[in-house]
Design a protein around this ligand. Structure first.
Ligand code: PLP
Length: 407
């Protein structure tokens, strides 16, 4: 008899986005003339930078000629891209990362989801609340949790991000082995300082733990004092893995390219305490299960590192940050407490009421779709998330309508 992985039965239905869709569709059906503005989703709306399109097209043309055609590429990614990433995103900022420590992939979603495979099933995991759900669900699938009760899985240490702690969780009370952190954060938009991040790195070193640092939104960081990478922090090379993506940096959500940095000095242990290279394990996993990103896409990603590419990608980020600043300023002016929107595309708003009730109010009174915070975890209750990924005109209109509806 074929049996299923019963851990899948513990997963909660991905209620959040389907419920948002259901309520939005229902409202639209009842109000066919209403022009709904969606500030809920985390997908970019602007086209790819022109340099990426040109590099993409040149890459495709090369595939059409026998002399330049390429078949299977290196599983870790082409060196031309990994060298640029290491030099620009790390060495230029004083972080000691080399090209052989970069693994190019088709998404930070896949990498943050797959990485747990190389660790033991009985390790103890710490996960933020509220959270990007992939970290949690992939550990549920792997059998690292008990049942779901009262909104939480048994066996997980939740790292509460609240108004009281400024949305930077405190260090976990007990020993944990694998810690997920995400800054700038989705959904709260909070950022972490170097000294705060140092305490996490020190904790990991003291406890032989490992930090999985999701920096998918690093390109939104404008404040020069904030770390863009965990590898700007002393001692992180031994205890951290970092995930980055071209999705939000350069509009690649539909094109697919990201990378994960696993330093060669990063160590994990067997049950009897023997140290092993995490880099080697991840290399083994990727070369067995992953076929690399297509050549033209890697050329398109490489173009982000040219001087025009950097300018064009920056223009995209500036575009969304202008939206974010407007949303934050106007919502704060209405008397609501906000986080994010400064070094992040997300604005986390304290609605002081049930987050679905707030969602309904914005939808019915302003025709604006947000994301209710409760969908990201228990600590998200009372909050909503607005996203800056839309065009200026829509954001301006949404703000006018929200002001009318809430004041
Ligand atoms: N990590 C976080 C925190 C995200 O919010 C997202 C996408 O929304 C991702 C990773 C996924 O990135 P990618 O498009 O590279 O899979």
């Amino acid at each position: 008899m074929i049996k299923i992985n019963e851990n899948y039965l513990k997963l909660q239905a991905s209620y959040l986005f389907s419920e948002i869709r259901r309520r939005t569709d229902e409202f639209q059906a009842q109000n066919p003339d209403a022009e709904i503005i969606k500030l809920g989703i985390g997908d970019v709306t602007r086209p790819l930078p022109q340099v990426c399109i040109e590099a993409f097209q040149r890459g495709v043309a090369e595939m059409g000629t026998a002399d330049t055609f390429r078949g299977y590429g290196p599983e870790q990614g082409y060196e031309f891209l990994r060298e640029k990433i290491a030099a620009t995103d790390y060495q230029e900022r004083g972080a000691e990362i080399s090209a052989n420590e970069i693994f190019v992939s088709d998404g930070a979603k896949c990498d943050t989801g797959n990485i747990q495979e190389i660790f033991a099933t009985d390790i103890h995991i710490a996960i933020p609340d509220p959270v990007y759900p992939v970290y949690l669900d992939t550990n549920v699938m792997a059998g690292r949790t008990g049942a779901f009760n009262d909104g939480r899985y048994e066996g997980i240490t939740y790292l509460d991000s609240t108004r009281q702690n400024g949305f930077i969780p405190e260090l976990p009370p007990q020993d944990v082995d694998l810690i997920y952190l995400c800054f700038p954060n989705n959904p709260t938009g909070a950022t972490i300082t170097k000294s705060q991040l140092q305490t996490w790195v020190d904790f990991a070193r003291e406890n032989k733990a490992l930090i999985l640092f999701d920096a998918a939104y690093e390109s939104f960081i404008q404040d020069p004092d904030l770390p863009k990478s965990i590898f700007e922090i002393d001692g992180a090379r031994e205890v951290a893995i970092e995930f980055r993506s071209f999705s939000k940096t350069a509009g690649f959500t539909g094109t697919r390219c990201a990378y994960t940095v696993v330093p060669t000095s990063c160590t994990a242990y067997t049950a009897n305490g023997e140290a092993h290279s995490v880099h080697d394990l991840w290399f083994r996993r990727q070369s067995t299960k992953f076929n690399a990103v297509s050549y033209p896409v890697q050329r398109a990603a490489e173009a982000v590192y040219s001087s025009e590419g950097r300018q064009q990608a920056k223009a995209l980020i500036d575009y969304y940050l202008k939206n974010a600043a407007l949303i934050r300023k106007e919502i704060e002016a209405l008397g609501y407490e906000c986080v994010g929107g400064e070094n992040s595309p997300y604005i986390w708003i304290y609605g002081q009421t049930d987050s679905w009730a707030f969602f309904d109010r914005l939808l019915e009174k302003a025709g604006v779709v947000c994301t209710p915070g409760a969908g990201f975890g228990r600590c998200g209750e009372g909050f909503i998330r607005l996203s800056a990924f839309n065009n200026h005109e829509n954001v301006q209109l949404a703000i006018q309508r929200i002001k009318k509806a809430l004041s």
